[in-house]
Ligand binder design. Structure first.
Ligand SMILES: Nc1nc2c(c(=O)[nH]1)N[C@H]1C(S)=C(S)[C@@H](COP(=O)(O)O)O[C@H]1N2
Ligand SMILES: [Mo]
Length: 538
């Protein structure tokens, strides 16, 4: 029993620490809270193969899994500290402080840390937790004092001991542990912590309210250069193949942000500066909206997408042409003698993403996007402004929550993902995917519609072929092309015969290059190889 109470003390101390840290974080920054800080620091330090696996295994839930993992680990450690404090009161309490130091160090190590105050939530939380553990662990010492006045059961006539034993004196009780005093303290501590945590939560929640209100106020001006209408036959409407334009709520999300930044567009600014920038600028959101806006359909792909994977989506983006802005600031691409070959975009959450200046300025529709599918960007996808560059994987082009653009060189600076084993330059590889039938489907013999998508952004898709088992490559029917920057749907009516079959797809891009069969992993510059689906025809 004493051990259980000791373990409970540890848990309570951990709970109090996190709750008070949450409260203090509301006065600092929600990102400085210990769980978010440790989680973010862990993300930054996770070896690339593990991170890549987590993205593939858990998708957008990777962050939830990480935070639940941290909480579970903390719970175990808190129990151990509680047990330790039973024997060594001071050591146990000091152990809680060690976690405060770890949390504080994590918060200060973050690239978006705004200064020493980021340590406060962890330090305050740990002090609270440490003191509580010290206090609870000391409770046994006061046993004799309560024994003198056993509680009376309401309406009853027999004394009730603190541990609920009815009848005689405290003989049945474990010696040295004042259980009632403990329970009173513990309950009070739990209540205070819950109150503090709830208050912190609600204060943190209201922080983003201005940003939400500012986003609700945004009215996107009509684009001066609208997107060409999507050809009616770009979407095949085949069951199992998604719509040609991916609905925003279905669009994949990949980023390192444990707390989605909620930026107030009315105070947001974008700075553009660096090597060869003769006229640096600082722009407001309204400055951007006053420029000519262009609207383009662009398919975005993540470098962590496995062959056949889901991290690809096609949206209608509205934004400012980045090349024009760069030219106004005096930027010349390196191919024309400019001194900077890398454009580094920096987000409010400390992400850095580097793109080749030559690609951004070669005439393609590289955007500072303000809208997605006709609406202001959702916070999850980078509100108020993000980059989108056709033909480059997201990690080398698509910085969300952007706040700074610096012109530099590839020699001088490695951005976030490049420091973590990913390639400096990463054009999207030609890929194709079978969306129907699904793996291990059991279609009936006869005509089975095989269909999916293919993409080779900025080169375009010229052809798609399907192979059944080891048979010849057969031409699939291609849906109409929207632009070279978008994916293309395809279909192949297959006369399916009974038995097990393997369907394989390959695309040919606009330059005539056939998608390679060579299988590579996602690291360092994107998976290659062909998607196959195994089915059994009944
Ligand atoms: N600030 C920030 N921007 C980011 C990232 C990130 O982690 N942080 N991830 C990049 C990656 S790897 C991809 S694939 C795209 C994904 O954009 P989406 O989440 O809007 O689909 O965002 C890019 N921009
Ligand atoms: Mo990505």
């Amino acid at each position: 029993m004493r051990r259980a109470l000791a373990a409970l003390s540890g848990l309570l101390a951990g709970y109090a620490a996190l709750a008070f840290a949450e409260l203090v974080s509301a006065f600092v920054r929600p990102e400085a809270g210990p769980v978010v800080a440790v989680g973010s620091a862990a993300i930054d330090r996770t070896p690339t193969p593990v991170k890549d696996w987590a993205i593939r295994r858990f998708g957008t839930d990777d962050k939830l899994v990480l935070q639940l993992g941290i909480l579970a680990a903390l719970a175990v450690l808190a129990i151990l500290l509680g047990l330790l404090a039973k024997a060594h009161r001071r050591t146990g309490a000091a152990g809680v402080l060690v976690f405060g130091v770890v949390g504080a160090a994590a918060a200060l190590s973050r690239p978006d840390s705004t200064g020493a105050t980021d340590a406060l939530p962890s330090v305050a939380g740990a002090l609270t937790g440490g003191l509580l553990l010290y206090w609870l662990a000391g409770r046994p010492a006061v046993t004799g004092h309560l024994d003198a006045a056993p509680a009376r059961r309401p309406g009853g006539d027999r004394p009730v001991a603190a541990d609920g034993t009815v009848g005689g004196p405290a003989t049945a009780r474990e010696p040295g542990w004042d259980r009632r005093g403990f329970l009173v303290s513990a309950t009070a501590a739990a209540a205070a912590s819950t109150g503090a945590g709830a208050l912190g939560r609600s204060l943190n929640g209201s922080r983003g309210r201005d940003a939400v209100a500012a986003r609700d106020q945004v009215i996107l001006p009509a684009p001066g250069s609208p997107a060409t209408p999507v050809p009616g036959r770009a979407g095949l409407r085949i069951p199992g193949v998604g719509p040609f334009l991916t609905p925003t709520e279905d669009f994949y999300r990949v980023d390192t942000a444990l707390v989605v930044p909620r930026i107030d567009a009315t105070t947001w600014r974008l700075r553009l500066h660096g090597k060869g920038v003769t006229r640096p600028v600082s722009l407001s959101f309204d400055d951007l909206l006053r420029r000519e806006l262009i609207e383009r359909d662009i398919t975005l792909t993540c470098v962590s997408n496995e062959v056949g994977g889901p991290y690809v989506g096609n949206a209608r983006w509205i934004g400012v042409r980045l090349a024009d802005l760069l030219a106004e600031c005096g930027v010349t691409p390196p191919s024309k003698g400019g001194p900077a070959d890398q454009l580094v975009a920096r987000s409010v959450d400390g992400m850095t993403i580097g793109s080749p200046v030559d690609d951004v300025m070669d005439g393609r529709d590289a955007l500072l996007a303000v809208g997605m599918n006709g609406r202001p960007l959702p916070f999850e996808h980078g509100f108020p402004v993000r980059m989108v560059v056709p033909g480059l994987y997201g990690y080398v082009s698509a910085c969300k929550w952007i706040q700074d653009i610096e012109l530099t060189t590839f020699d001088a600076y490695d951005p976030y993902w490049v420091k973590r084993d990913w390639a400096r330059r990463a054009p999207v590889k030609t890929q194709s995917r079978i969306d129907t039938p699904k793996p291990f489907a059991r279609p009936r013999a006869g005509t089975v519609m095989v269909a999916g998508v293919a993409w080779a952004q900025h080169r375009g898709v010229r052809g798609v072929e399907v192979r059944v088992d080891d048979g010849p490559w057969q031409r699939a029917r291609l849906a109409a092309e929207d632009t070279v920057d978008t994916w293309r749907q395809w279909s192949f009516p297959w006369e399916a015969t009974k038995g097990g079959h393997t369907l394989t797809v390959r695309a040919t891009d606009g330059t005539g290059q056939v998608q390679t069969a060579l299988r590579t992993r996602t690291v360092p510059d994107g998976a290659s190889g062909r998607h196959s689906v195994v089915v059994t025809v009944d």
